[in-house]
Design a protein around this ligand. Structure first.
Ligand code: SF4
Length: 902
């Protein structure tokens, strides 16, 4: 379907990570969409990573949910049929109203997402907490940064990130903890890399169990044992107390130092800490001295810290080190929570978590609850915390929550113990899902599907990691009958008889949100809240449309706030920050017995969440096409698995299958798997099914980084792959992965049943039933090899390669056959030979997705031209010359070449 477009350049914001880069989107006359970085956006200054650059490829109506749908028989996996908006919304409103009437407000819930815009989030929260009267609204941000929220609230009195991105350039020491910024916050990482290039005295320390791409710029890498960060920072805290304490700051602006130091002492001496964390004691001493002796320190942390059963304590252990040195809120220094999602921060501003109220008001403060109810004029306001994500899905399975509305997220893939989440939804009386795509694991369990607007179609605001509010603007018209999330929620609310949902635009909602932030803020005996954007209230529609990125607080029009707490005044009632005692404790489940290894999970460079958008881009698929298990070669040997072959990863909660690889800088005893693959893109790689459901007792954030597992071979008798212009049923495969190609779909396969009659078997696999089809095939019976291709009018339609071993022919040159209108005789021969006609055609796995440059191409260029730095590789091959996301990998190849030559 052709996209209808508003033909201008529109300034908007990237919908992926928390860096929040500015994007210029332009729709051409032919509907083609050009994406470029917005040089005027302060977060990114014109830069985009490979995911942002490929945004244009992820648009289009293919696979979209374009109309409301309901299940005929009301059961998950029953027949879906299209419905009118009236029918679908009545079903939702009446279903929710019935459950509330019969079982009370705690029997319904919303589960929302950091993909929502602030305006969507605002009305969702108002609907639940102000009108339904329950705080059962939680968000997938619970899974990525609720530990940071808890840490901020405990230390500062409010969920506030004190600094901004410029601090990374002004710092003399940057400590990156549990953060593979090179892959997960790429443009910020490149900003650090550039600062370090200009100022080599800027030191970078990476604290991470894995040697990730981020270590490319590290002066020191501390490969800590997973789960031991509190020991490390408690040890640092004790060291700073003796060597770098700012007593004036501590006395004037903090409380609780003695108790916190007592707790930290339990981590032991630096030698004990080094032993517990399994790091070289000399490296630990170096880090402690570097931190103690450097005034301008930024400690940035993300999922490696937050996703832990002691995540909140890890955050506070880091903040304690900044408080004791008084290094906070001034240029070039401070603790810095890097958020995972584009609007995790905006969701926090409007109370999108089950234990928060809107506008940073406190749920456990009766006066603030009353103030909120007064502002909304609502019949009630929730007076106790709701269910956090993991508890919510348990309550659904137990039948306590009987209706749930899921918006813009895919919990059957992303939650820990994801099979439990599936069981929960299969039991739930009413599951509503608002989404932009039809085919997701979660949507398969929904009774009502509501088509929402996606990026490029919706309009509103997001807030990035540095408190910068930016506009996401529409440049495409709504596909099908899709509607904005806020509009859908308001419609349901009105059908339930709730007043206060008469909004007609995102602008009106933003205005109410801004006014609420100033409501009884520091007046009427109320605490003065740092989150205050009343200076943005009262904007005209035109002002809102033209709103430039601005960092909150914005108390008066035109104000913006680069940093907070530099004056030593914090958000607790007494204005003082709190040192929080953080006694180190082990993760919930430890390796041993049947599960000797520790599974860590995370992102890969070119994919986002459950791939419902990035999975549509051929360019992004090429970097890491398949799910993998990265493990140390010696562990692989002990487990009897080999690189390139499939292995099963099993925990107490479930099992997945993926291809073994080495080289991710992983230590003995640990394995790593990516989070992105779902039941739509792979047969058995939904890693959430394996992850343990233990949560942090303070924040409720799950422990995605530490699940005991075992690894064993996944026995198959053959490996294969298919390239096909159409989707195939894959009946014969024991394991498969679906990968988006340019003009085809690629399936990586493996199977158990030997193929007796190759001719019939290959035709079944390629779904070719016409005896007269143009069919070419070769079989080596003794060698267990089969190759076949189906052509229509001389053009390749599909092809299949199967062998007993995993090392099959390169896919890249085969893919080029799909560009041809007609195969020449030589092409047919080369197809069956499994070899390109031209030598050197196989470029190897993609390194640079922007220009499609493969590993082999770069290796050859380095060797033949004696290239010795990344800039020379870029000049020679173009790799790294656009977004720069692949530069760490290019540097690794340069290092490997140097080692090989030596
Ligand atoms: Fe988007 Fe990449 Fe920028 Fe993150 S770093 S906001 S994914 S362009």
């Amino acid at each position: 379907m052709k996209l209808s477009a508003i033909p201008t350049t529109v300034r908007t914001t990237c919908p992926y990570c928390g860096v929040g880069c500015g994007v210029n989107a332009q729709v051409g006359q032919d509907g083609a969409i050009a994406i470029a970085g917005d040089v005027a956006h302060p977060a990114s200054q014109g830069r985009l990573c490979v995911k942002g650059s490929a945004l244009g490829e992820t648009l289009g109506n293919h696979g979209r949910l374009l109309a409301p749908m309901v299940r005929e028989d009301g059961k998950p996996r029953g027949t879906l049929r299209e419905a009118s908006w009236d029918e679908a919304l009545d079903k939702v409103a009446q279903g929710f109203a019935r459950v509330i009437a019969e079982h009370g407000p705690e029997a319904v819930a919303l589960y929302v997402s950091g993909q929502l815009l602030t305006e969507d989030y605002y009305v969702a929260n108002k609907f639940m907490k102000g009108y339904v009267g329950s705080a059962n609204i939680d968000t997938n941000s619970r899974l990525c940064m609720s530990s940071a929220v808890a840490g901020h609230k405990r230390a500062f009195g409010e969920d506030v990130v004190p600094g901004n991105y410029e601090d990374f350039e002004l710092a003399d020491l940057i400590v990156l903890v549990g953060s593979n910024a090179a892959w997960c916050h790429p443009t910020l990482y490149q900003r650090i890399a550039r600062a370090k290039q200009e100022r080599p005295e800027l030191k970078v320390v990476v604290i991470d169990p894995r040697r990730t791409a981020t270590c490319d710029i590290a002066d020191l890498h501390l490969p800590v044992k997973p789960g031991t960060d509190v020991w490390l920072f408690d040890g640092l805290f004790g060291h700073l107390a003796g060597h770098a304490a700012d007593e004036g700051f501590v006395d004037a602006h903090t409380t609780g130092l003695a108790d916190a130091l007592d707790a930290a002492a339990k981590a032991g001496s630096p030698a004990d800490v080094a032993r517990t964390c399994r790091v070289d004691p000399r490296d630990l001493e170096r880090f402690y001295d570097l931190f103690a002796n450097t005034e301008k320190v930024v400690t940035a942390f993300t999922m490696g810290v937050n996703q832990s059963t002691s995540g909140a304590d890890k955050v506070n252990a880091i903040i304690n080190c900044h408080l004791i040195t008084g290094r906070i809120g001034r240029p070039g220094m401070g603790p810095f929570s890097l958020t995972g999602q584009p609007n995790a921060m905006g969701g926090r501003e409007v109370g999108g978590l089950a234990n928060m109220l809107a506008a940073h008001m406190d749920l456990d403060d009766a006066a603030q609850r009353a103030a909120l109810q007064d502002f909304w004029g609502s019949p009630r306001v929730a007076d106790k915390p709701g269910l956090k994500a993991v508890d919510l899905f348990r309550a659904i399975e137990e039948g306590k929550v009987k209706a749930v509305w899921i918006m813009a997220t895919n919990p059957l893939v992303s939650l820990p113990d994801a099979d439990q989440a599936r069981r929960a939804l299969e039991k739930c009386e009413l599951v509503v899902a608002s989404d932009i795509v039809l085919g997701t694991d979660t949507n398969e369990a929904a009774h009502v599907l509501l088509p929402a607007l996606g990026w490029g179609e919706k309009d509103g605001t997001v807030t990035n990691s540095e408190r910068c509010i930016s506009r996401q603007r529409a440049f495409l018209s709504a596909p099908g009958s899709a509607r904005a999330d806020w509009d859908i929620i308001c419609d349901v609310a009105r059908r339930m008889g709730y007043a206060g949902f008469e909004f007609t635009s995102a602008h009106e909602i933003f205005d109410e949100h801004a006014r609420l932030s100033g409501w009884k803020n520091g007046t009427d005996g109320q605490r003065r809240r740092v989150f205050d954007i009343k200076g943005l209230a009262g904007m005209t529609r035109a002002d809102y449309d033209a709103l430039d990125p601005v960092q909150w607080p914005v108390r008066t029009p035109g104000e913006a706030t680069a940093r907070l707490f530099g004056d030593g005044h914090f958000a607790h009632g007494d204005g003082r920050a709190r040192f929080v005692p953080t006694v180190p404790r082990a993760p919930a489940y430890l390796p041993g017995g049947d599960y000797p290894l520790v599974l860590n999970t995370g992102r890969v460079r070119d994919q986002w969440h459950t791939m419902t958008r990035t999975g549509r881009s051929q360019k992004l698929a090429e970097h890491v096409p398949e799910p993998f298990i990265d493990m140390h070669p010696q562990d692989a040997l002990l487990c009897g698995v080999k690189a390139g072959e499939l292995a099963r990863v099993t925990s107490d909660w479930g099992a997945v299958v993926a291809r073994v690889q080495h080289g991710g800088g992983i230590a003995r005893g640990s394995v790593f798997m990516p989070i992105h693959w779902s039941g739509q893109t792979a047969s058995d790689a939904r890693v959430g099914t394996v992850v343990n459901p233990a949560v942090d007792p303070v924040s409720g954030e799950p422990e995605f980084k530490h699940t005991p597992v075992r690894i064993e071979p996944f026995g198959v008798t053959w490996y294969g792959f298919i390239l096909s212009r159409t989707e195939l049923p894959l009946r014969e495969a024991a394991n498969w992965t679906r990968i988006q190609g340019k003009d085809f779909i690629r399936y990586e396969l493996a199977g158990r049943k030997p193929f007796a009659d190759a001719a019939a078997w290959t035709r079944r696999l390629l779904d070719v039933h016409d005896e007269d089809a143009d069919w070419i095939e070769v079989e080596d019976k003794n060698g267990g090899m089969v190759r076949a291709a189906h052509l229509v009018d001389g053009r390749i339609e599909s092809c299949l390669f199967v062998a007993q071993r995993a090392d099959l022919p390169a896919r890249a040159w085969l893919a080029s056959m799909f560009d041809k209108d007609k195969l020449e005789p030589a092409d047919r021969i080369s197809l069956l030979a499994g070899r390109a006609k031209e030598k050197g055609f196989d470029a190897g796995p993609t390194v640079c997705s922007c220009f499609g440059v493969g590993r082999k191409t770069i290796e050859i260029a380095i060797r033949q031209n004696n290239l010795c730095d990344a800039a020379a590789v870029t000049a020679c091959t173009k790799a790294g010359g656009n977004c720069g996301s692949c530069i760490p990998e290019i540097r690794s190849l340069l290092a490997e070449a140097q080692v090989a030559e030596a």
